[in-house]
Design a protein around this ligand. Structure first.
Ligand code: ADE
Length: 247
């Protein structure tokens, strides 16, 4: 069975969207992953097909109804019993590469996309749903977040990326941000590719890339650098820099 994305949304036409192009699109056509985009509104019981209502206790906006969502979720989960159930919400656990890799190694995901002010809490209390956020900012709905999560998973599926190993080296797999990349022309606007990369000495190149990755991580993402085991304000060699920059 290929990786399956079952997506519950008020906007199924947003799927596969960008995931229908490029590597993910080709992989979809080749059956390396499958998509089941489900219209939540189809599970509304009233003649207005309503999926939301005003917030209990007052306030702005509308809240997605637990009863309609549960009916949609249960019907979809019955078709895809092996899939973990996620909901894209800004209050979820921040998405990171380790979670992406575990999802990509599994059967797929059933993803609930929230809209409006949020989802009736009772749905989360009554069903095993993992809330996931893609960052500390508010999107107009969970769909773009679901597309982001799926893109991150799909590129890791076997046979999806051109060079099978090109994912291993990247940011967050190593716990570090990536080293800088260069390609021809050798000189552009007076800027020349670092000599070491043109030396052909692969041991030196590896050492240079590692040092650059460490320096960039230390300067840009002290949180990642600390988790990686680095000391704040120290270069990979251990030398301290007063101004926080590399020598
Ligand atoms: N829905 C709205 N904002 C979101 C976010 N930052 N992450 C996941 N889902 C969302």
């Amino acid at each position: 069975m290929s990786f399956t994305a079952a997506v519950l949304t008020l906007y199924p036409e947003m799927f596969p969207g960008p995931l229908g192009t490029s590597l993910a699109g080709r992989a979809l056509a080749e059956g390396k992953w499958a998509l089941d985009a489900v219209q939540i509104r189809d599970f509304a019981a009233d003649r207005h097909r309503s999926v939301d209502d005003t917030p209990a206790g007052g306030g702005a906006g509308m809240v997605m109804r637990a009863d309609v969502l549960a009916t949609a979720l249960d019907a979809t989960a019955a078709r895809h019993p092996a899939l973990p159930i996620l909901a894209m919400t800004p209050r979820g656990a921040p998405l990171a590469q380790a979670r992406v890799r575990r999802l990509a190694d599994g059967p797929g995901a059933l993803i609930l996309c929230g809209r409006f002010e949020g989802i009736d809490q009772r749905l989360f209390d009554a069903r095993a749903i993992e809330e996931v956020s893609i960052g500390d900012y508010i999107l107009s709905g969970g769909e773009m977040a679901a597309l982001t999560l799926l893109d991150a998973c799909i590129r890791l599926l076997p046979g999806v990326m051109g060079a099978a190993s090109s994912g291993d080296d990247e940011s967050f797999e190593t716990g570090l941000l990536e080293y800088p990349h260069y390609t021809r022309p050798t000189t552009w606007e007076g800027r020349t590719i670092p000599q070491v990369l043109r030396s052909g000495d692969h041991a030196r190149i590896d050492a240079w890339r590692k040092a650059e990755a460490e320096t960039i991580t230390r300067l840009r993402r002290p949180d990642l650098w600390e988790r990686h085991g680095g000391a704040p304000g120290r270069s990979p060699s251990g030398a301290r820099h007063e101004d926080g920059t590399k020598s």
